[in-house]
Design a protein around this ligand. Sequence first.
Ligand SMILES: [Zn+2]
Ligand SMILES: [Zn+2]
Length: 255
Amino acid sequence: MALLADYHTHTPYSHGKNTIEENVAAAYEKGLSQIAITDHGFNHAVFPVKRDEIESQRKEIKEIKDKYPIDILLGVEANIISKDGRVDILPQDYYKLDIIIVGYHKLVKHYRKRDFWFFFGNLLSELFGHYSKRQIANNTRAYINAMRNYDIDIIAHLNKDIKVNVEEVAKVAAETNTYIELNGKCDHLTDPEIMICLNAGCKFVINSDAHDKNRVGECHRGLSAMLRNRIPESAVGNYNKIITLKSTKRKKAKK
Ligand SMILES: [Zn+2]
Ligand SMILES: [Zn+2]
């Protein structure tokens, strides 16, 4: 036992290489008990899964679910689309998705025209390696508003292509039960930033962000960050356990 779930994988519905079934089979072979299919959300400018494709994805999952004794979740990797932390999730989307992860991506259709400047500012800062205090404050506010205003299960690759005040984001992550991802593809948080998250009381999940079936469940980067920073097992949601999804809570509340 170790990692029991991979909550971040892509398929050709966005720009992953392998089908839902191939990802699921790979997760099953690796001994995971849960896998999430989380293609790029609806406002991604280049590789979005479309809203009307969610039904086809759900159908594919239904058709294969008896073949693999593993829990298959359908979600999206939604996008921050405005300076004030709007996310490309509509209220009706919650009923169709089991899990919602949210990330900052450079190439998205902005909510309003003027939000262009928010993304452009971050692009320039990333390019020149310098973020102003004001920009960090704006970025932090965007994440905080997103976590407060949406039911987000996981924040993907925090601080990739953007910089925030990690402590403030981590506090609100803890308060809103939002997991902070340790992404399998890049070291988006420094070790001191990981410690800040831990000390703020927030929890992590370790995901692959696989765009290819061979990388499903491939979480070495996150696991070594866990060891290096002595993150206790209890602070990693998918280490020897699985997370409680906000969709499960929503369903219970409806009954
Ligand atoms: Zn991403
Ligand atoms: Zn991703």
